[in-house]
Ligand binder design. Structure first.
Ligand SMILES: *Cc1c(COP(=O)(O)O)cnc(C)c1O
Length: 398
């Protein structure tokens, strides 16, 4: 195991995080009454002044708001912000990350198509592919995407390359620029789940990826109070989602939740900076503890794909040694809580041993070799010394 956090030379600075993301601090356009905080347009529909006005909008001659399953000004403000941060032409928001992923995949994948996906995709994406898309004859090849040659071997004939950098639960890094280039050579489009890094630490469109999806429920919202998702990309790609899947799946974002996201994101650079610092401190201390067998943090990886990450969030994993009793360790924690999801202020863990109990058909963890010693660790915004003391005492007690 490499115990040195070797990435420090290239880490984005606090100044760059703030200066490079000015879109977070100002509204995208005029705000009624010059309100500093944009209002919530809590309305399902918008009315028209005349026959001509409603005909113009149906005929596509004007772009007024019609109905909030289509467009809503508060949601549009959130979409513009995500597009600005990702360097995308535009974006489309959803009521969940899974809603965003489902709509994006359904817009581009046809009956009988084949998808190439990183192994250890987010578990519900595994279920989307294996349960829902399977009904339409869509097949999936899961690959070890740390090795571009393995991806190249299965790309011919595939419609979509689906990435997560790093991957869920085990945090494997891949070279997204190289993989997007390979996909382009084979005529496949590339989609990436960028929830882990956020656009502050990774901007996949700049590396040739076609579409970026987010679980905004995690770091973007940042307060464990909202479930939301978003897709960012070119106008043509988002228009296709708008035309073919978004309105009919109906997984639209509510104005109130868009407002919560806009509110939460004003502190995104400050939060991500602290998640990174605390995560690196804890990863290093875990790596030096005799009862920890392995730390699964992308900063400890020597993979060239790490180059697309300008920083590291606070989510990673560690494997406890064989003589640590996992339930005993988990139950001995006093401050760190047990719960799925991540990206909020509170520190959370998920023991893989519990996740491995999911039924076989819903269980990507078992299939992709996740081991029962692994603990997924979402480092929150508390004092890292307090978190470390909690881990030390729980390891000693287990
Ligand atoms: C949580 C998560 C999702 C799904 O987002 P929801 O908002 O819960 O639907 C997708 N990808 C990753 C990596 C996630 O962690």
């Amino acid at each position: 195991m490499n115990k040195h956090a070797s990435a420090s030379a290239h880490l984005i600075s606090d100044h760059e995080l703030i200066a490079g993301n000015t879109a977070l601090f100002a509204p995208n356009g005029p705000v009624p009454f010059n309100a500093a905080s944009p209002p919530i347009f809590q309305t399902s529909l918008f009315t028209f002044e005349s026959y001509a006005a409603i005909e113009d909008v149906f005929a596509g001659r004007s772009e007024e708001f019609i109905y909030s399953r289509g467009n809503n000004p508060t949601v549009a403000e959130f979409e513009s912000l995500i597009a600005a941060l990702e360097g995308a032409e535009t974006a489309r928001a959803f009521s969940s990350g899974t809603g965003a992923i489902t709509a994006a995949v359904l817009a581009f994948v046809e009956q009988g198509d084949r998808i190439v996906a990183v192994r250890n995709v987010y578990n519900d994406v595994y279920c989307l592919f294996g349960k829902l898309l399977r009904k339409f004859g869509v097949t999936v090849d899961y690959v070890d995407a740390t090795d571009p040659a393995k991806v190249a071997a299965v790309l011919p004939g595939a419609k979509l390359l689906y990435l997560e950098n790093p991957t869920s639960m085990v945090f494997e890094v891949q070279d997204i620029a190289a993989l997007a280039g390979l996909a382009r050579q084979h005529g496949a489009m590339t989609m990436i789940d960028n929830s882990w890094a956020t656009p502050l630490f990774q901007k996949p469109l700049l590396h040739g990826v076609d579409l970026v999806v987010h679980a905004a429920s995690k770091y973007l919202g940042g307060h464990s109070d909202t479930v939301a998702g978003v897709v960012a990309g070119s106008k043509a790609h988002i228009a296709r989602i708008n035309r073919t899947s978004y309105p009919y799946l109906g997984a639209k974002l509510s104005p109130f939740e868009a407002w919560l996201l806009l509110r939460g994101m004003r502190t995104l650079p400050l939060r991500m900076s602290q998640h990174m610092k605390s995560g690196l401190i804890l990863a290093e201390r875990l790596g030096n503890h005799p009862l920890i067998a392995r730390v699964r943090h992308p900063a400890l990886s020597d993979h060239p794909g790490k180059a697309s990450l300008s920083g590291f969030s606070g989510l990673f994993g560690f494997d406890v040694a064989d003589d640590v009793d996992v339930p005993g360790f988990v139950n001995a924690l006093e401050h760190i809580r047990l719960g799925v999801s991540w990206g909020g202020p509170e520190t959370l863990i998920v023991p893989a041993q519990a996740a491995l109990q999911l039924p076989e058909e819903s269980n990507s963890f078992r299939r992709f070799g996740v081991v029962d010693r692994t603990i997924r660790f979402a480092v929150g915004l508390e004092d890292p010394d307090l978190l470390w003391q909690d881990i030390e005492q729980a390891l000693a007690a287990s």
